[in-house]
Write a protein that binds this ligand. Structure first.
Ligand SMILES: [Zn+2]
Length: 80
């Protein structure tokens, strides 16, 4: 697992479209086809988890790429 630097984090969270925020989890839609920092393929959503423990209910089969920034966990989702 890698760690994301501040400028990359800023770029992501200001470029993406906020979608949902609840219980320590914020979801952004990748409407601008930014490449996933982990695998270089464009991702669908960025999910930022701020709490120590979070549960995600996934409604579909997804590939996930993971990184961290400070105390946050960032999940990049890729639909099959
Ligand atoms: Zn990825």
């Amino acid at each position: 697992m890698s760690v994301m630097d501040d400028s990359e984090y800023e770029h992501l969270t200001t470029s993406l479209t906020p979608h949902e925020s609840a219980a320590g989890v914020t979801t952004y839609r990748n409407t601008v086809a930014i490449a996933c920092p982990a695998c270089d393929d464009p991702f669908d959503d960025l999910v930022i988890c701020r709490d120590e423990y979070n549960s995600l209910e996934l409604s579909m089969l997804l590939d996930l790429c993971v990184t961290t920034h400070n105390d946050e966990t960032l999940l990049f989702t890729h639909k099959h």
